[in-house]
Design a protein around this ligand. Structure first.
Ligand code: ZN
Length: 126
C-alpha cells in the first residue's frame, strides 16, 4: 500500500515520517500549518486480483457496442474499499442498470431505467 498526503493550501507533499504522524492524528501541514489535506491511497498490488467480468456485443456498422456488461468486484474510490458492481447497457432495448453493493450486500447505488433517459436531457426523475 502506498499512501500520499498533499496539503490543499500550499501543495506541500508530506514526507513518510509526516504521513505516519498524520495517519495517527490530525497533524497540521509542517509547511504552512493547514489542516486541509488530500490523502491518496494507492493499492496497486491487489487490483489485478479483483474478479471482474466485462463484456461487449458489437454489431457491424455501429460505432458503439449494442450491449455492454460489467459484473464483479472493483475498488470503489470514494469509499476506499472493494464493492460488487453490476452494470448492463443495452442499446437495442434502451435499457440501463447499475447496481453497486458492499461486501455485506448493502446497496450503495441502484440505477435502472431507459438508457435514453439515463443519458437524457433534463428528464431525470431524481
Ligand atoms: Zn501546507
Amino acid at each position: 500500500m502506498n499512501n500520499k498526503i498533499r496539503c490543499n493550501d500550499c501543495e506541500h507533499v508530506f514526507s513518510n515520517d509526516d504521513i505516519e504522524k498524520e495517519l495517527k492524528g490530525d497533524e497540521p501541514c509542517p509547511n504552512c500549518g493547514s489542516k486541509h489535506q488530500t490523502v491518496t491511497v494507492t493499492i496497486s498490488e491487489q487490483i489485478t486480483s479483483y474478479d471482474q467480468l466485462r463484456g461487449k456485443v458489437n454489431e457491424d456498422g455501429r460505432k458503439k457496442p449494442i450491449k455492454e456488461f460489467i459484473s464483479g468486484s472493483e475498488l470503489y474510490v470514494d469509499r476506499g474499499d472493494i464493492v460488487n458492481k453490476q452494470r448492463v447497457i443495452d442499446r437495442v432495448n434502451d435499457y440501463y442498470m447499475e447496481l453497486v453493493t458492499d461486501q455485506d450486500g448493502n446497496i450503495i447505488k441502484h440505477d435502472e431505467g431507459k438508457l435514453s433517459e439515463h443519458r437524457g436531457h433534463g428528464s431525470a426523475k431524481h
